[in-house]
Design a protein around this ligand. Structure first.
Ligand SMILES: *Cc1c(COP(=O)(O)O)cnc(C)c1O
Length: 338
């Protein structure tokens, strides 16, 4: 039994999800004729009370399309230094949008309205035009940290005053919604565009959605084609998404419980110096001098437990749909014996 905590992207479709995929009605989505994709886009838009949605192959693609649609070359995107859009999308903001980036140093990936206010460029020829703010909820590098919704509202007010668009990288928004008892509609009301992943905590093999207004998504559909993301009979993938939205959201509280159980054991071990507060399905901890991060990863691997060293002194565990209670039990036993 391999216990894989490397990422919530490693999940495999369950028999029930595969059955939904197998039975999907499909058509050519570039022609707008795939009934399953149309259904998924409509379903997601309704959940968030946003006008419409666009199905894409990856979370990176939906973020990059959104940034491309919101900006002109030379404009500035404001985001936290740890953001996925900046750290893990292969320099895509520069490559795809020729946009500049202003990095803010927030608390575990979360910026404040005050920080944002101070970062907006004045109307001055020397300066890039501040155009777009991108938030991430939950924050991956922040250890699955969640925004306080009141702060998001304040950030929105600053965006409004300064004519800035507001994008949400919600690859793990589902985890935040469950952890904070929030609704998709709250987010739909505030953001100009939202990216959500189906292939992370919801257990789909492939797929992400971009949500926004009709005119915005019309433009996004064109950019998706330019980026090579216009798929044909991808309704088989959309059917997995529909299944996931109907069945796999509420169960995230189990993942959060499992995450806390494992964290509670880790924190007692002398090789752990500091553990980031655990809010959802991610554990990030700093190693003490007695053991390096790669050494711990190797030791765990010898016990069939996989995780990543995300820095020489930092390790990350991500809990997900395929981590069953008996795996949590074995992980806890192993950590206690190390
Ligand atoms: C994984 C992730 C993405 C991108 O997802 P891919 O489907 O792997 O491209 C975007 N944002 C965040 C915060 C993520 O964790």
């Amino acid at each position: 039994m391999i216990i894989d905590f490397r990422s919530d992207t490693v999940t495999k479709p369950t028999p029930a999800m595969l059955e939904a995929m197998y039975k999907a009605k499909v058509g050519d989505d570039v022609f707008g004729e795939d009934p399953s994709i149309n259904e998924l886009e409509k379903m997601a838009a309704e959940m968030f009370a946003m006008e419409t949605a666009l199905f894409c192959p990856s979370g990176t693609m939906v973020n990059q399309i959104a940034i491309k649609c919101h900006t002109q070359p030379g404009d500035e995107v404001i985001c936290d230094e740890s953001s996925h859009v900046y750290q893990y999308e292969s320099g895509g903001i520069a490559f795809n949008s020729s946009a500049s980036v202003k990095l803010l140093y927030g608390d575990r990936g979360r910026i404040t309205a005050e920080q944002l206010k101070a970062a907006i460029n004045p109307d001055d020829n020397h300066k890039a035009i501040s155009r777009l703010v991108s938030l991430e909820n939950t924050s991956n590098r922040g250890g699955g940290s969640c925004y306080d919704f009141e702060e998001i509202k304040k950030i929105k007010a600053v965006c409004k005053e300064n004519n800035l668009a507001l994008h949400l990288d919600g690859a793990r928004l589902w985890n935040a919604l469950v952890a904070k008892n929030e609704t998709p509609k709250q987010y739909g009301e505030i953001f100009d565009s939202i990216s959500i992943c189906l292939s992370k905590s919801l257990g789909c093999p492939v797929g992400s959605l971009l949500l926004g207004k009709n005119a915005f998504i019309k433009k996004a559909r064109r950019i998706r084609k330019v980026f090579g993301g216009g798929m044909r009979q991808a309704g088989f993938l959309a059917a997995a998404g529909i299944y996931a939205l109907q069945n796999n959201i509420d169960r995230l509280s189990d993942d959060h419980l499992h995450t806390k159980e494992i964290a509670n054991v880790l924190i007692k071990r002398e090789f752990v110096k500091y553990l980031l507060p655990v809010e959802t399905n991610i554990i990030i901890f700093e190693m003490s001098d007695s053991l390096s991060a790669p050494a711990l990863v190797t030791k765990l691997k010898e016990n069939d437990i996989l995780c990543f060293d995300i820095a020489p002194d930092r390790v990350r565990f991500v809990v997900h749909l395929d981590i069953r209670p008996e795996m949590v039990k074995k992980t806890i036993e192993t950590i206690n014996k190390l």
